[in-house]
Ligand binder design. Structure first.
Ligand SMILES: [Zn+2]
Ligand SMILES: [Zn+2]
Length: 339
């Protein structure tokens, strides 16, 4: 079988690997059909993702058809359409013991720490494999993982129908999170610097889009919330200055969500946090959120297809990454297809 392997930074190879034939009792063999390219994949390609060792088969957003299952696999059978939760954990540390395996002390993510899903076939433990309705397209299924991120963020932010949510960043995570927040009944304001991305947000029903190169975010947020500020601010960009701005803008009792990985510090003022009793909360990967995503997708409660702007055959992975890097204005979720 063919797989997309980054041998060393900037050396991406469509390589030939042995087709996994022997399955352990709890394993599932998946014929991968579609996979999403994430910023993480691009970073690994460039050698700018700390903690990744090479060579690595990349990809953590993927879906496909089950070919065969191990002797003790229940609930999943050949022919099922599935997506894979890429989070692997130890099962016994403190975080795992309280159901938060996504922050396991030795957490691993497929395609980052261990070989991932940009391959024609993939073997995964049944507990990471989730069955979806066959009415969904492979392209839709390939976006299940970004929606699991959105499920985690919205759960951590405790979003309710009484909230106004301000999202910085109209990329695939910002937009998937907006869709989920809307589903929960919240009002959503979304900020970006790229007009086409904001058009996409409008198409998905954003209550207000804000182009921060043309408008004052603070001014519009004040108007839109009658001076109170948004109850939830989500930084889906990962910029230290945005965290500073979020703490200023949030309403009393507000929740500020952090999902970036930068090590550059933000200058936060204790006064804002104390006087408003703000909660600054991190969100990483997902803590068993795939069952919710399955429901949303099967019931058509979210619109995953709207995230997808481009599709490439997997053999053109390098061209696809180049497009993402050179034309962020034209791209949102770019997919690879496997035959
Ligand atoms: Zn991703
Ligand atoms: Zn653990």
């Amino acid at each position: 079988m063919k797989a997309i392997r980054v041998n060393t930074p900037l050396d991406l190879e469509i390589c030939e690997l042995a087709l996994p034939e022997q399955l352990r009792d709890d394993e599932v063999l998946i014929h991968v059909k579609a996979a999403g390219i994430c910023g993480t994949d691009v970073h690994i390609y460039h050698g700018t993702r700390p903690g990744t060792e090479y060579p690595k088969v990349i990809g953590h957003e993927f879906a496909g058809e089950v070919v065969k299952v191990g002797a003790k696999v229940t609930d999943i059978q050949a022919g099922d359409h599935v997506a894979v939760d890429p989070v692997l954990s130890c099962g016994s540390c403190y975080a795992c013991s309280i159901g938060r395996h996504n922050i396991c002390s030795t957490v691993q993510c497929l395609g980052v720490h261990v070989d991932g899903g940009f391959a024609e076939y993939s073997v995964q433990p049944q507990q990471n494999v989730y069955k979806f309705s066959k009415k969904l397209t492979w392209e839709e299924l390939a976006t299940a993982e970004p929606f699991s991120i959105a499920a985690e963020i919205t759960w951590r932010a405790q979003i309710t129908e009484d909230d106004t949510v301000l999202i910085f960043g109209s990329g695939s995570i910002g937009l998937a999170t907006m869709q989920v927040a809307q589903k929960l009944g919240a009002r959503c304001l979304i900020v970006d610097i790229l007009a086409p991305r904001l058009e996409l947000a409008k198409k998905m029903g954003a209550d207000r889009v804000i182009n921060s190169t043309q408008e004052s975010v603070a001014e519009i947020v004040r108007q839109e919330t009658q001076g109170t500020g948004p109850q939830v601010v989500i930084d889906a960009v990962g910029n230290p200055q945005i965290l500073e701005q979020a703490v200023k803008l949030a309403s009393p009792a507000g929740r500020v969500m952090v999902i970036g990985f930068t090590k550059n510090p933000s200058a936060l003022c204790q006064f804002d946090i104390t006087t408003k009793e703000l909660e600054i909360r991190g969100s990483r990967l997902n803590a068993h959120k795939f069952p919710e995503v399955v429901q949303w997708f099967n019931n058509r409660e979210v619109q995953p297809a709207l995230l997808v702007t481009h599709t490439f055959p997997f053999t053109e992975a390098e061209q696809a990454m180049k497009l993402i890097e050179e034309h962020p204005d034209e791209t949102c979720k770019v997919l690879l297809t496997f035959e």
